[in-house]
Design a protein around this ligand. Structure first.
Ligand SMILES: C[S@@+](CC[C@H](N)C(=O)[O-])C[C@H]1O[C@@H](n2cnc3c(N)ncnc32)[C@H](O)[C@@H]1O
Length: 219
């Protein structure tokens, strides 16, 4: 087994816990404070799991002319994301806890009362392109906002440090790196060193509550 195959095998055992509208304050801040800074924001979600995070990004980006590139190491996750069949009750529970208004939800999803399934509407799905990408080995794409949430602890430490360096070059001056609530690496200090003069966003309920001014301030 070569290093890349090993990375894929390890990732297949990775926790795939995900959800809709996770860390809602961070999405609201992206919507209100970050996306308006771009003509056509290019968002990359680099560990998109079964698609919930990618379509959540698309729902918020739609009003800003944004496009999403959603990747994951696991082809099974990508196939699920492209199929885009979700349980209505999961979407609704997550939407309620994120305080997403019912009309906004109905604008973004088609709910099938017979099957109990929910599917993001075609115009939302059209904003997202999916692909397989291994963060341990592959270079990040050009993007304005990189969402790498709840994945850092699964990466090889050297590869994670290298990835931060690549993001320094890939993200534009207004660019944002968004990390997740369970990520402890990169720390804000480390990311600030690695992407100096750029912005760091933490898609994290802990940081959002405890250290709110760290979220959108240039570090
Ligand atoms: C806990 S889920 C996070 C999903 C989503 N980002 C979120 O926060 O809701 C972790 C995801 O990381 C992916 N992953 C693990 N190692 C990876 C790697 N080397 N490159 C890309 N994705 C990876 C897994 O396949 C899984 O879908």
């Amino acid at each position: 087994m070569n290093a890349s195959e090993l990375s894929a095998a390890q990732a297949a055992r990775t926790s795939i816990i995900t959800g809709w509208f996770r860390n809602p304050d961070a999405w609201t801040a992206l919507d209100k404070e970050v996306l308006p800074n771009f003509q056509t924001p290019r968002i990359w979600t680099g560990a998109c799991g079964s698609g919930e995070e990618a379509y959540t990004a698309a729902i918020f980006a739609a009003a800003h002319g944004g496009r999403i590139l959603a990747t994951d190491i696991n082809p099974t996750m990508i196939a699920l994301a492209i199929a885009a069949k979700y349980q209505s009750k999961d979407v609704m529970i997550d939407a309620i806890s994120a305080r997403i208004a019912a009309p906004s939800l109905a604008q973004a999803f088609l709910f099938d009362a017979k099957t109990g399934e929910a599917k993001p509407r075609q115009e939302i799905r059209d904003l997202v392109k999916f692909g397989v990408l291994d963060l341990n080995f592959d270079a990040p794409p050009e993007c304005d906002i990189a969402i790498l949430a709840n994945v850092w602890r699964h990466l090889d430490p050297d590869a994670a440090a290298h990835l931060l360096g690549q993001l320094q070059r890939r993200l534009g001056q207004q660019g944002r790196l968004v990390i997740g609530g369970s990520d402890v690496y990169p720390t804000p200090e480390l990311a600030a060193q690695a992407i100096p003069g750029k912005f760091l966003a933490l898609l994290s309920e802990h940081f959002a509550e405890a250290e709110h001014d760290l979220i959108w301030r240039p570090l």
